[in-house]
Design a protein around this ligand. Structure first.
Ligand SMILES: *Cc1c(COP(=O)(O)O)cnc(C)c1O
Length: 229
């Protein structure tokens, strides 16, 4: 069953890429495994997936110890500064950098360990009160401040789009995100690469691919509904 889910997600990604004239190899599927047991993750791993996403530090650390070490772990949920030290040497990328304060903590811990950490700046495009992320107004200034920190490499932007029934409703958000990337590239800021754009979830990833996502984060469509009890 998981295999069928994965194959159909991959097929949809291919179709969306083709429709947009994009190379499917420029799009990486992150299987969002939060709340799901390691057995299920292993099943998806055995089908060739190497990128997995978790939104909680404790859960990521627990799974990290039990699963193969060629997995690229992506932290996609809000990160508290006091927890940075637990995941800094375990994650491939932190998608959810939503403040300069958090970036400073990541920088401090990275320097301590002599590593460079790949991060994305999370943008709250729709200005939703319930969501984390910097506002579009603060984006350039935030990117500049974070780029100046040692031990950090800004690889791009991330957004969690609103929950919608019709995925088309999020198209303008994805278009805006792509435009932010283009605008920032033009500013030529040192230590800013902008080769990554993380957007699109189970409900809207095909639209995100059409509009330029390089990382899509898909949980439910691969692993099934989550049970939070
Ligand atoms: C849970 C989560 C996802 C995956 O959501 P689905 O709708 O299950 O695909 C993607 N991104 C973030 C930040 C998440 O927390």
């Amino acid at each position: 069953m998981l295999k069928d889910n994965l194959l159909s997600v991959k097929e949809n990604i291919e179709d969306a890429a083709k429709k947009a004239g994009r190379d499917v190899n420029d799009i990486t599927l992150i299987a969002v495994s939060k709340t799901k047991p390691v057995e299920m993750i292993k099943e998806i791993y055995d089908l060739g997936v190497r990128d997995f996403g978790e939104n909680k530090v404790q859960e990521l650390v627990a799974k990290y110890d039990l699963l193969p070490d060629d997995i690229k772990w992506h932290l996609i949920g809000h990160l508290q500064t006091n927890k940075v030290k637990y995941i800094i040497d375990k994650v491939y990328m932190i998608h959810s950098v939503d403040s300069v304060k958090l970036a400073k903590e990541i920088s401090k811990e990275a320097v301590k360990r002599g590593i460079t950490v790949n991060i994305l700046i999370e943008v709250n495009v729709a200005g939703e009160e319930s969501k984390y992320g910097v506002s579009p107004d603060e984006l350039t200034e935030t990117v500049k401040e974070v780029a100046a920190l040692p031990g950090i490499c800004i690889r791009g932007l991330m957004t969690v789009a609103p929950y919608v029934v019709d995925s088309e409703e999020n198209r303008t958000i994805f278009v805006k995100m792509k435009q932010f990337v283009v605008d920032i590239i033009q500013k030529n800021i040192n230590n800013v690469y902008m080769d990554c754009l993380s957007m699109g979830m189970s409900g809207d990833y095909t639209v995100a691919v059409e509009e330029g996502a390089t990382y899509i984060r898909v949980g439910t469509s691969i692993f099934g509904e989550r049970n939070y009890k």
